[in-house]
Design a protein around this ligand. Sequence first.
Ligand code: 5AD
Ligand code: FES
Length: 340
Amino acid sequence: MILEKIKKKKYDIQDIVTLLKAEGEYLKLIYNEADKLRQSIFGDDIYLRGIIEFSNYCTINCDYCGIRCENTKVSRYRISDDEILKTCKLMQGYGQTTVVLQSGEDPFYTKEKLGALIERIKKETSLAVTLSTGERSREEYRYLKERGMDRYLLRFETSNIDLFARFHPDSDYEKRIESLNNLKQLNIQTGSGFLIGLPGETYEELAGDMLFCTELDLDMIGAGPFISNPETPLNGQENPFDKEVYFKVIAILRLLNPRAHIPSTTAFDAVDPMGRNKLLQRGANVFMPNATPQKYRADYMLYPGKPCVDESGDDCARCIVARLKMLGRNIGQGPGHSIR
Ligand code: 5AD
Ligand code: FES
């Protein structure tokens, strides 16, 4: 039986494909096992990591992404350090213990600028700081760590070289992986992950992404469904998998990576109004409430239907507290560092 093989770490890619096709009682069992495993490692604690999308400037052109540089329909913005600090202080009041600073690939933010921002956050709040600002050099990662950065998120998006090249005209697969290895070697808590269902993707390729996460031995693993964005070249190209597959991916990732932090990612609420709640019962142990000040949100539409565009940081902060109450979970105390 495959679940036993996973426990003994003796599985292969075909086993994962089989699990991705599970239905009925067997699927229920998978979800149940993932939830039990999450509970046995993290208890009822869900860590809250507020995400501030602080710049939507981007120099590159990932085919799926709404803020790709060729999309002239978005108004570009950068949020000032003062406004970021103000937002961080509000987040703290809601039990969010990490701030995730995310942007496009924006060279305006030099390592010095980001370093100064991190230092200010560290001095004026007790938040852990995660950055998600794209591919940077090893020296920049080293510098940012020195200035207080705790973690870095950089998705590999797909582990299939051909798919990667097809959808990333300005990026190089080998360089992306080298970036991830640099982060790990520098002892920065590293998160990565992938898009579930790029156009033309097969079950085998999806299973390959899942195995690759395990191989990378990540501290955090984030994955969400590809959603076709009409403002991109992938307009009209649909996700090859059905919705249930998206949920299976997260549950199986938990089974494969018992001790990784796995967030219930935003895109799941775009495909199912209860999506993020369901994931918290199927293996995920982290929630990343949107903390971006409301007025910027409409200009960070990576995909259509992105939730919480009309809401404020306060709304999302209260919303997750209510969700956790409904699910009988607690807000994780402390920074929620890697336990690997
Ligand atoms: N659908 C789903 N996710 C997307 N992302 C970017 N564009 C889309 C889309 N159209 C994801 C990428 C990126 C993360 C910040 O958002 O995986 O790493
Ligand atoms: Fe934003 Fe619910 S998480 S309103």
